[in-house]
Design a protein around this ligand. Sequence first.
Ligand code: GLV
Ligand code: GLV
Length: 323
Amino acid sequence: MIQKSKFKVFITREIPNAAIKLLKDKGYNVRVYSKDSPIPVKELYKNIKDADAVISLLNEKFDVAVFDKMEKCKIIANYAVGYNNIDIEYAKKKNIIITNTPDVLTDSTADLAMALVLACARKIIEAEKYVHAGKFKGWKPKLFLGIEIKDKMFGILGGGRIGTAVAIRAKAFGAKIIYLSRRKNQYLEDSTGAKKVSLDTLLKTSDFISIHLPLTDKTYHLLNKEKLSLMKKTSVLINTARGEIVDEKILIRILKQKKICCAGFDVFENEPNINPELLELGNVVALPHIGSATVEARTNMALLAAENIISVLSGKGAITPVL
Ligand code: GLV
Ligand code: GLV
């Protein structure tokens, strides 16, 4: 008797178990690279060769060389909302569907952006270190004076799902909202009173600027020397999107010269190698790319990736294709 061959799914790192169970329950042959470090290229090539579906991470480059190693892959489900790590054009040529994980990580990422806003506005990290270093000797009138969010201008770069969720949070803190977006976002405007403005206006007038754009050829170094120099001396720049959207060398220079107040970054240009000069500055809060790092978001990201694979392999098409 001829046995029907099982679909093979390769997952490049351990993800929440619920998703692995979902795939196994379908009878798929699921392999997981289970070390807690980036998968070596050789190991990746060996495992994707005969895979029907792959779950990939945002820090793995899926370029022409990788695609050409795949003999029968139908879908790559990227375990992230951003998919700048994948050569989408080449995937299209190879008839491989690419999916991402929108929506399920929106609230987690927006919460983290607000955590960075508050950390910068109220000098939380500095103050916390001060207490731990045993320096707190009593209340002082001018100890760690920060700024309020209420009545400040809060500029959102990118009027998508995450940008909207951050705008709603900032509005609840009493900020006035402006945003940059290709398209008018009626929901964003109705729920926060936000106004859509040009990039230059946003940079010149915002007290807080939070980046929520995808990384593309158009947004690479969008905040370059000319644009960063438009920001107010008192302004706070938050990035939970992609490091490459900001020219980090220039950012370091303007932070050193105190041409802006401070920066709260969860993402960097050459992750995980952060420019040491950036970390030497006192006015930077740096986090290790943990925007979507909540139990809820990661579980739902994993389930969505698995559901996309099941849907595609059973001929029903992707649930959240990127194009
Ligand atoms: C995280 O950076 C993501 O794109 O999901
Ligand atoms: C972009 O995809 C977003 O979710 O904001």
